[in-house]
Design a protein around this ligand. Structure first.
Ligand SMILES: Cc1cc2nc3c(=O)[nH]c(=O)nc-3n(C[C@H](O)[C@H](O)[C@H](O)COP(=O)(O)OP(=O)(O)OC[C@H]3O[C@@H](n4cnc5c(N)ncnc54)[C@H](O)[C@@H]3O)c2cc1C
Length: 459
């Protein structure tokens, strides 16, 4: 009997196998991945004379788990930070810098915030009454949107907080959990009568980690995946691709993981698959966990790479990119000026844009085939950025049901899921601690530690 099967070869599954391999004999671990490629959402394509990433292009350093993993893999010397972080918001047919004096979109310092070009005078005055509203009353959790609208008004919520906080999740702040998606606001509401003041004090007390806010790696985030796979193979962890798990069946002394070709009997299993897949896999193991997992919604973004001749832009693009509020109604929800952010992606004379489209409640983009999608996005690039010609190269990456949505009381939902699992079954991935790469790695570490404790003979 294999000791552990890890289902899913994205960053969460590979990291789970890595953390397990520190605790049990690596030869007792099998990773099974349905695709012919490892890495899941972490992916890159050749684009011109260089590569470009079609999934994540950086990770936040506030949670150090990705930096620590990179160090374990001897990749610290290959960490790189974006050349620029300054971003814009596209609203009312113009680009506006993200207003100063804000924390994660929320006004914290009104002296700096006043006079910004994004929010109207009336909207700024409405936001400024926040310190006089009295203590926020929250019964455990609410949506980011409901909270922000009460504190700073609808305009700040829709034009600023929606694209920033909603954008990360390809979701809408009017459905996302405050506790999970904007915990800074909630902490500030607990410690201060004015949330804006609480956010200001968080900033004042922030101790810099010595790292920039974001990192990637030379060669892109796929370098992390490639190094992980290399190390796991060196340790003789079995990694199988094109191997789709169909279900997990309970046995007297473990679990049977079935696939089309063969089945694996194991003492323990880590599911690092999307929640709706895990729901299917666990039907025979825990009906409750299966039903609860199935309630987690997913957004389906599409990432389109557009390569333009530099001359297509009237003047060079400034900053790392822009976000588009939902009310603007374009297909485009965000644009990364990829060759500004990552100068190493640049081929001579070519500017690369990463255009995100598709978010929860807006799946218009899925009605387009690749050709018409590229043409429509090119027209939007003309409107938004004044691009004067068509792209010279493009790539469309469709990420169907890839970003989990955290509704209010999400952490309680996860707690109930965990409590309804039998010993020997653990879960890792974006639905558990957050969608970012570091949160996925933390969830993997937690799953591996918990599982190792239940196995018969830890190393
Ligand atoms: C367009 C986009 C941009 C993003 N940008 C960022 C960013 O800049 N920074 C950041 O930190 N995060 C970003 N994210 C989020 C982050 O990339 C993901 O949350 C993270 O990669 C998820 O990893 P995972 O391993 O949990 O899941 P996945 O990457 O989805 O991996 C799950 C794996 O399970 C496999 N699988 C599914 N079903 C089965 C089965 N039945 N049997 C076997 N295998 C199966 C899949 O093929 C897949 O390989 C982005 C996400 C998207 C979609």
């Amino acid at each position: 009997m294999t000791k552990v099967v890890v289902i899913g070869g994205g960053i969460s599954g590979l990291a789970s196998a890595y953390f397990l391999s520190q605790q049990i004999d690596p030869q007792d671990i099998t990773v099974i991945e349905s695709d012919d490629r490892l890495g899941g959402t972490v992916s890159k394509v050749e684009f011109g004379s260089h590569f470009a990433e079609t999934g994540p292009d950086s990770f936040i350093t506030r949670n150090p788990s990705a930096i620590d993993l990179a160090a374990d893999l001897d990749l610290s010397g290959r960490l790189i930070s974006p050349a620029t972080n300054s971003a814009f918001i596209y609203s009312r047919s113009a680009l506006h810098p993200i207003p100063p004096g804000t924390v994660f979109g929320a006004p914290s310092n009104f002296k700096k915030f006043f006079g910004n070009s994004l929010i109207s005078k009336t909207g700024q005055l409405r936001a400024a009454i926040e310190p006089f509203l009295g203590q926020a009353k929250i019964q455990g959790d609410t949506t980011v949107g409901a909270f922000a609208k009460k504190r700073w008004g609808k305009e700040v919520t829709d034009r600023l907080i929606e694209p920033l906080v909603g954008g990360i999740h390809a979701g809408t702040v009017y459905e996302l959990s405050l506790a999970q998606c904007a915990p800074q606001y909630l902490d500030a509401a607990h410690t201060h009568t004015s949330v804006s003041k609480g956010l200001r004090s968080q900033m004042a007390n922030y101790t810099p980690s010595g790292h920039p806010m974001f990192y990637s790696l030379e060669g892109g985030l796929s370098s992390l995946v490639d190094s992980l796979v290399g190390l796991l193979e060196k340790r003789n962890v079995e990694i199988l691709t094109r191997c789709e798990s169909a279900e997990i069946l309970p046995l007297a002394d473990g679990y049977r993981i079935t696939t089309e070709g063969k089945s694996f009997d194991a003492e323990g299993v880590i599911c690092a698959t999307p929640a709706f897949v895990t729901s299917r896999l666990l039907k025979a193991v825990s009906r409750t966990a299966s039903e609860l997992l199935d309630t987690i919604d997913y957004a389906s973004p599409i990432m389109t790479l557009l390569g333009y001749e530099d001359a297509s832009f009237g003047e060079p693009l400034r900053g790392s990119g822009l976000l588009v509020p939902r009310q603007t109604k374009t297909l485009t929800s965000a644009i990364t000026f990829a060759t500004n952010k990552w100068p190493s992606w640049k081929s001579e004379g070519e500017t690369i844009l990463r255009v995100s489209a598709g978010r929860i409640g807006d799946n218009r983009v899925w009605g387009f085939d690749d050709r018409s999608l590229v043409a429509t996005l090119e027209a939007e690039m003309t409107n938004i950025l004044g691009v004067r010609s068509r792209s010279i190269r493009s790539n469309v990456a469709r990420w169907q049901k890839r970003i989990p949505q955290f509704k209010p009381f999400h952490s309680q939902l996860i707690q109930r899921i965990r409590e309804s699992l039998p010993s020997g079954v653990e879960l890792a991935g974006a639905p558990f601690l957050g969608v970012g790469i570091p949160a996925c790695i933390s969830s993997a570490s937690l799953a591996a530690d918990r599982l190792a404790k239940t196995l018969s003979k830890p190393r």
